[in-house]
Design a protein around this ligand. Structure first.
Ligand SMILES: *Cc1c(COP(=O)(O)O)cnc(C)c1O
Length: 400
């Protein structure tokens, strides 16, 4: 019997749940794009984008998704043939490397596999070996959404400094901004990219690039830069329309102007990070209990290197695929597919799933997802340990 009538829940790692008030803020007539409210509101949005990144850096906004933000960062930093070192901890690290390579950057990668964070010692060794300082920048995902590995960004900065290497540090925070602790200035990040539809709780459609003075200077000669992607006019416009390389993303700006104060002024960034941490630990506790009695496991063994916004896991013998189908059809919850854990088309694709706990998500939503999963495990006769939901409830009980 389907029990899915009611409000559906998309528990995939982006797009995330949008607050009704963000949607309401967007539901309005087209504004003047030359003067008035939108212009004033944009200044507030940019100031808040700095606050959410804990940065005094420059901000460029693009009408793009995260892939566009990747290309924006690449095009403003590199010239054709420049060298990049990409630290790969899953599909999204691979993706950024692929875009850079296709754009004409000489990309070297260090692949840390699918269940380990980037190792600062290997980064330091690679930079020390680059005695001619040909590597212009190091690229890394803060959270790789495919594996749910969270990389230690301060350790990457420390490795670059320990090697005495001038490379810029470029970080993809698309899946972590507004979820996991991130401090752009304190952590010595030169360029950071994010998008609207994950921790920031706004529909997909905006990509953001934050960049330091150092990145601005070093990127001045970048010959991959094209007029649309040029971050200079966007960050330092003489006229309002230059912020966006043309017509402003009017309604996304209204949405952001509603969402960012929810994070920064109502809940507070530290509390937002703490909430994501607690919900993540509840999800991990459920999986650990289920894994006691069946072929289920979290992807990332080391708790210190797990994302707080998304959890990747394996349920063997195609169990993950069956559970996703059951959760959506019977219970109205859509779980994320596994991504990049096995080659495309491999029959084991059905062994992987991801649960998002990203953005506008609270205890009852996360316990609801876990309760649905536990019911599905029973309904589908997938062997699993008892007490997953109780373990999750126990984690949240001690947080409160
Ligand atoms: C979602 C995501 C992307 C891609 O963003 P799109 O908006 O889907 O283009 C890139 N990197 C990370 C870490 C992500 O989570």
């Amino acid at each position: 019997m389907p029990l899915s009538h009611g409000r559906p829940y998309l528990a995939i790692p982006g797009p995330s749940v949008m607050p009704d008030r963000v949607l309401r803020a967007m539901h309005r007539a087209a504004p003047n794009i030359y003067a008035g409210e939108l212009v004033d509101l944009t200044a507030r949005v940019i100031a808040d984008l700095r606050r959410v990144a804990m940065s005094s850096s420059h901000v460029a906004i693009y009408m793009s998704n995260g892939h566009g933000a990747w290309e924006a960062a690449i095009s403003n930093v590199f010239s054709r043939g420049d060298k990049a070192l990409v630290l790969v901890t899953g599909r999204f690290g691979e993706g950024w490397a692929h875009h850079a390579r296709q754009m004409g950057v000489a990309v070297e990668t260090i692949d840390f596999g699918l269940a380990s964070p980037a190792d600062p010692a290997r980064l330091e060794a690679a930079l020390r070996a680059d005695t001619a300082h040909q590597i212009k920048a190091v690229l890394v995902s803060h959270v790789d959404t495919a594996t749910s590995v969270r990389n230690d960004i301060p350790a990457m900065r420390a490795a670059i400094d320990a090697a005495g290497h001038p490379a810029l540090l470029l970080v993809d925070c698309i899946a972590s901004l507004g979820c996991d602790e991130f401090r752009m200035d304190d952590w010595g990040v030169d360029v950071m990219v994010a998008a609207s539809q994950k921790g920031l709780m706004v529909p997909p459609g905006l990509g953001f690039v934050w960049f330091s003075d150092k990145a601005l200077e070093e990127g001045r000669a970048a010959d991959l830069r094209t007029p649309y992607w040029d971050w200079t006019a966007r960050a330092f416009p003489e006229f309002y329309y230059q912020h966006f390389g043309g017509t402003a993303p009017t309604h996304h700006l209204f949405g952001l102007a509603e969402a960012l104060p929810m994070i920064l002024d109502e809940e507070g960034l530290a509390q937002v990070w703490a909430r994501h941490g607690a919900l993540a630990r509840a999800v991990w506790a459920a999986f650990e209990a289920w894994g006691q009695g069946g072929d289920l496991a979290l992807n990332m063994p080391d708790q210190a290197c797990r994302a707080h916004s998304v959890t990747a896991a394996r349920i063997g013998s195609g169990g993950a695929g069956q559970l996703r189908k059951w959760a959506e059809e019977v219970a109205g919850v859509t779980l994320g597919i596994g991504l990049g854990m096995v080659p495309f088309g491999d029959p084991r694709e059905g062994d992987f799933l991801r649960v998002a706990h990203m953005g506008h998500v609270n205890a009852h939503m996360t316990l609801g997802v876990l309760g649905v999963m536990e019911a599905g495990l029973q309904a589908l006769n997938i062997p699993h340990g008892k007490g997953g939901l109780a373990a999750a409830a126990g984690v949240l009980a001690v947080q409160a």
